[in-house]
Design a protein around this ligand. Sequence first.
Ligand code: NAP
Length: 252
Amino acid sequence: MHNAAFAALGLDWIYVAFEVAPGGLDAAFAGARALGVGGLSVTVPHKAAALAAVDEATATARAIGAVNTVVRREDGSLVGDNTDAAGFLASLAEEGFDPSGRVCVVVGAGGAASAVVHALAGAGAAEIVIVNRTEARAVPVAALGGPAGRVGGLADLECADLVVNATPIGLAGASPEAVPFDPRMLGPGQLLVDLVPNPAVTALMRGALDRGASVAGGLGMLVHQGAAAFELWTGRAAPVEVMRAAAAGALS
Ligand code: NAP
């Protein structure tokens, strides 16, 4: 989606993927500094380690505890940022959902959940309930929600306005029909956002639709976190629809 965006704006940039082994992040960043790379995306398993490997991190990246975007300053130093939270909020806005004053349940307590909880707290959600297989991991993520955050259980789904699946359950591959919870717990008036980006419609989303809930997939957050990164790197407005079409095409 980034190469499609560079082409659409006539920018002589290119986006390429490098696989970096666990433990290799400092060397990879040193290489990026030496090569004068304009910016980087960081993904699993390096998002948390990148926070320590950059020269400076934004308040957002520090609050979430993870870097997904690195911007190179003119002096060559690397600044770590996190666009996942803003990307998530932009995708919610596309669904016409304003989290302010609403009850939100986030299932999962990893990196994606941390960004979502930070975003929901910043947007003024009334309650942010974290439900996770390993309850101990839910505690620090709930703390990111401030006074609105707490650890809960699946019973909390009933009262939620927004439910977010922030686990990889349902991801294309091993068990695409698997669901993180029974979608029959959802119903009309509720919005389910499944962050799993592929398939476009997961088994969880199909089940929730059958129950009359509204649903959105992970493509919106993926595209908007990328668009925000694109703007940080290039200083240009991202061609969001070009990026969405390219990402959807690649995923399908
Ligand atoms: P992560 O840091 O590894 O966290 C995964 C979470 O899912 C953990 O809380 C884990 O629970 C839980 N989990 C994993 N397998 C489970 C299972 N079988 N049963 C119950 N819980 C399980 O992963 P992440 O980076 O947050 O990513 C989570 C999902 O979000 C992935 O599907 C990823 O593709 C998606 N994502 C999407 C976007 C987007 O832009 N759309 C951005 C980021 C991530 P435990 O704590 O108990 O291990």
